[in-house]
Design a protein around this ligand. Structure first.
Ligand SMILES: Nc1ncnc2c1ncn2[C@@H]1O[C@H](COP(=O)(O)OP(=O)(O)O)[C@@H](O)[C@H]1O
Ligand SMILES: [Mg+2]
Length: 184
């Protein structure tokens, strides 16, 4: 076999990648914050990639539901993707509900260079934002699987960072996170 052209590669990057795992209830701001952090890191030429729980459901999750087993499966796929990308030197940001204790334990046990960020917002605040209309659906009884509404949301016991999106602006939170990479 003959290569038509050389595979171009960037100069070697000796640093291992990192994984920032953002967890929190629906509408707390995980996707918004993660998207912004990845964009800001790239502006500083820090290689970064986002993996979102909803993306895993959309692209890999035919038949994935909202029971404990499916939720753990989404987290397992994210853990795998995060590790693979970090191994290649990327700074990974994961945005995923990660509500179950088993899922959190799986993340802690299996992800290297891990920082867990708890994206916090009261359930009342989340329900007021509700960009995907899920709290409205739950209130109308159209879904019964919304954690925080149909069952209690348990905050994580041991997050490395707490990112309170009611107390702080998106700009302030993103700046604080991005600064922590720049110091590395
Ligand atoms: N400080 C903040 N940080 C992040 N999102 C915020 C903040 N304040 C308000 N929001 C809004 O909250 C909503 C969060 O939605 P989203 O990022 O989809 O949440 P999640 O991914 O956690 O379900 C967005 O509409 C966003 O604009
Ligand atoms: Mg999201």
């Amino acid at each position: 076999m003959e290569l038509k052209r050389e595979i171009r590669r960037e100069p070697a990057r000796p640093q291992a990648g990192t994984v920032l795992w953002l967890l929190g209830p629906t509408s707390a701001g995980k996707t918004t914050l993660a998207t912004r952090v990845v964009a800001d890191l790239r502006k500083k030429a820090i290689p970064a990639i986002l993996f979102d729980g909803d993306e895993v459901r959309d692209f890999f999750g035919d038949g994935l539901g909202f029971g404990a087993e499916s939720r753990l499966r989404v987290v397992s796929v994210l853990v795998h993707l995060a590790n693979k990308a970090a191994e290649a030197g990327l700074n990974v940001v994961v945005a995923a509900l990660t509500a179950g204790q088993d899922a959190r334990a799986h993340v802690r046990a299996n992800v290297k260079n891990l920082t867990i960020g708890y994206v916090s917002c009261s359930i009342q605040g989340c329900a007021q934002r509700d960009p995907k209309g899920l709290y409205q659906k739950a209130m109308r009884g159209e879904i019964d699987t919304l954690i925080g509404f149909n069952s209690a949301y348990q905050p994580p016991d041991d997050p490395d960072l707490v990112l309170d999106t009611e107390a702080h602006s998106l700009d302030a939170l993103a700046a604080r996170i991005v600064a922590s990479y720049a110091q590395d």
